[in-house]
Design a protein around this ligand. Structure first.
Ligand code: 4GO
Length: 337
């Protein structure tokens, strides 16, 4: 795997493969780092590589010319290499993307600085925009280093048997179980007994449960997509997990009005028609008034939220009840206030 890093500050990146596991990978020729100084490709008098933004505004924008030239130089060395531009507005970088990129023989990583890069350069070089997370950095170099590190360790031969990545967090969609090493007691804290037992089956089952529990606590959203068996689901339900709990987008539906036949049927038919999954429901009659509250999963709904809320309101009017769809977030933020 060859990484061509295009940067205004190549020294930021130059030494990043001189340590630990990745250093060994470089020494054995499995991984190569090629830092390219964008400024060296500037055709302007003072090797200028940035300029003021058209339309005004603060800061500087990196000029297209040196970037396109620097990229062409990397392409000469690695013709087929995809170009990746690290940017907060990029496609989220995931373990799956790392696996995909590790199958390439070279990558060109473009690092922006200041206010970013002239859009025409990005179009010209056909850059794929990638983000390592929802936060802003002063430059793309640290993001490029994160991508290179996670891709490198997936290149066959980089990790030994000892450091195998087949049990990584995320490879099965769950977070890692806790690890321990000697001594057996540290500042009064003991290593969980099962790990000292030598009983491999019990160790495996303990670790699986730890993974499930920590994923439920910290990243319940991951459970929705994880590869879970029957015994996993049984254990998770003991911990209070219900399917849909980790959905990113949940809605709260309330229906109130004078009790009459068929309210539930009409509302449920509407919901299933829109692809809305009911996660929880409670319904009672209070002195002849029908009241219902539902928690629904909106993750797989294609319609816009406002449109959906409006259709539900209209349906309510037809039946003669008040039907309302609200974002779960609204309730959570009210709670915070
Ligand atoms: C990448 C680059 C954040 C990321 C960046 C990220 N910030 N989340 N900053 O992957 C253009 C100028 C982008 C500074 C750069």
């Amino acid at each position: 795997m060859v990484f061509h890093v295009l940067s205004l500050f190549p020294q930021m990146v130059a030494g990043c493969m001189d340590f630990s596991v990745i250093k060994r990978a470089v020494e054995s020729g499995l991984v190569t780092l090629d830092c390219i100084d964008i400024r060296a490709f500037s055709s302007s008098k003072r090797s200028q590589a940035d300029d003021a933004p058209y339309g005004g505004g603060a800061g500087m924008v990196m000029s297209a010319q040196p970037i396109v030239a620097a990229c062409a130089s990397a392409k000469e060395k690695s013709k087929e290499a995809p170009v990746i531009y690290l940017s907060p507005r990029g496609e989220p970088f995931t373990q799956r993307m790392a696996e995909e990129l590790a199958r390439e023989s070279a990558l060109i990583l473009l690092c922006g600085h200041y206010e970013g890069i002239d859009e025409r350069a990005l179009e010209e070089i056909g850059a794929r925009e990638v983000s390592i997370g929802d936060f802003v950095l002063t430059g793309g170099e640290i993001a490029a280093m994160a991508v290179m590190d996670s891709v490198s360790r997936l290149v066959p031969g980089v990790l030994g048997k000892e450091e195998s990545h087949q049990f990584d967090s995320f490879s099965d969609g769950l977070l890692e179980y806790p690890q321990y090493t000697r001594p057996p007691v540290f500042m009064g804290r003991e290593v969980p007994e099962v790990l000292l037992s030598g009983h491999h089956k019990n160790v495996d089952s303990w670790r699986r449960k730890q993974s499930l529990a920590i994923t439920l606590k910290r990243r319940p959203d991951l459970l929705e997509k994880a590869d879970l068996g029957k015994s996993d689901l049984k254990y998770l339900s003991e911990l209070g997990y219900k399917k849909g709990m980790g959905s990113a987008l949940k809605g709260i539906i309330t229906v109130i009005g004078k009790d009459q036949m068929g309210i539930i049927a009409r509302v449920c038919t509407f919901l299933s028609g829109e692809g809305i999954n009911i996660l929880d429901i409670s319904q009672t009659i209070v002195q002849g008034y029908f009241t219902m509250m539902m928690i629904v999963d909106l993750d797989s709904v294609s319609k816009r939220f406002e449109e959906l809320a409006e259709s539900l309101r209209v349906l309510g009017e037809e039946i003669g009840v008040q039907a309302k769809l609200q974002h779960e977030d609204i309730f959570n933020s009210m709670h915070r206030i």
